[in-house]
Design a protein around this ligand. Structure first.
Ligand SMILES: Nc1ncnc2c1ncn2[C@@H]1O[C@H](COP(=O)(O)OP(=O)(O)OP(=O)(O)O)[C@@H](O)[C@H]1O
Length: 303
């Protein structure tokens, strides 16, 4: 089995490359290496591997965005098997799927490889978007957009205080966020939610760097879970966030969860959107967007 590492040098706020330099010294088996040069490059690199004459283990060396790109390239192929080494900031992929802890574990796996089929979420808005863990609109997406655009982020990262920028934007967004009205259409039924903070479509339980937003999500059941949080005071929203690490937030009457193979969502105003924690524009004003499980699945290392 060929083993290829795909490194995203900007993952983990640039720490992924340093981690790779140390990690590669510990590898005692033949491997190939590719470095992602731009956003979307990992998908192109992995798509080419679909025609490999022998099975390939592709190890995404980065965070959730890196793994989404790798998996988008591997989707639909029996030949490409996806593994990961967590080298991002949030690393929710490794919480919901397998992440290798070291090179020895990879060497053992390659001697006796086993794969398991997983779902890939998708939606279309001008183009196709894929998500591996979750996609969402609203409060959390607005925070990640603002953090990514922030000029102080790089400066704070350099002095090891990168997390502070999140706290700053959680507070700013909490004070300024414009609640929205959400309409959900599922199997012909319409549901209306007023004063929405955020809505998340999940394929696995975790988002936002360890928050168990969708505790009952299973990534190979062909089903997605929609979580909607609405009609909460700012103070109670913070309380809900406090319980989301344990998954106990589902007890709040303001937290709604719906299972399904397809949902259409429309918001009454443009709302920031994320895919696997990366900014993905805004929701359109004039139409709804359908979220579903892609017909192309992918194969994860089975550990
Ligand atoms: N060479 C590159 N230059 C700029 N961006 C890149 C490059 N290669 C990949 N990317 C983009 O970097 C984005 C961020 O990577 P990733 O999500 O893996 O890191 P992270 O945000 O630190 O981790 P996490 O999502 O786990 O918090 C990816 O979505 C990808 O599109």
């Amino acid at each position: 089995m060929r083993t290829i590492f795909i490194i995203n040098p900007v993952a983990g706020n640039g720490k992924a490359m340093k981690k790779w330099m140390k990690f590669k010294e510990t590898i005692e088996f033949p491997f190939e290496l590719a470095v992602s040069q731009y956003s979307g490059h990992a998908t192109e690199l992995v798509r080419e591997l679909q025609h490999s004459p022998e099975p390939v283990l592709v190890i995404g060396f980065g965070g959730d965005g890196t793994l989404r790109e790798v998996i988008a390239g591997a989707a639909g192929s029996q030949q490409v098997l996806v593994g990961s080494i967590a080298a991002g900031s949030g690393n929710d992929f490794g919480r919901g799927f397998h992440s290798f802890k070291d090179a020895v574990e990879i060497a053992d796996f390659v001697k006796n490889p086993a794969a398991s089929r997983k779902d890939l979420g998708e939606f279309f808005d001008g183009r196709a978007y894929q998500f591996v863990s979750s996609t969402g609109i609203g409060f959390d997406a607005e925070i990640s957009v603002k953090v990514n655009r922030s000029r102080i982020k790089h400066w704070l990262n350099k002095i090891g205080m990168g997390k502070l920028v999140y706290l700053v934007y959680v507070i700013i967004t909490l004070l300024r966020f414009r609640l929205f009205r959400l309409t959900v259409e599922q199997e012909g039924e319409m549901l209306h939610f007023d004063k929405v903070w955020f809505a998340t479509v999940s394929n696995q339980p975790y988002f936002g760097g360890g928050m168990k937003i969708s505790p009952h999500s299973v990534p190979d059941d062909g089903v997605l879970e929609l979580t909607v949080v609405n009609c909460l005071s700012r103070l109670k929203l913070l309380l809900v966030f406090g319980t989301v690490f344990s998954g106990k937030h589902l007890r709040f009457k303001e937290v709604h969860q719906i299972k399904g193979t397809r949902f259409s969502l429309s918001a009454d105003q443009p709302v920031y959107r994320h895919v696997d924690g990366d900014s993905a524009g805004c929701t359109p004003e004039d139409r709804s967007i359908g979220y579903s499980v892609s017909a192309s699945d992918w194969h994860s290392v089975n550990k």
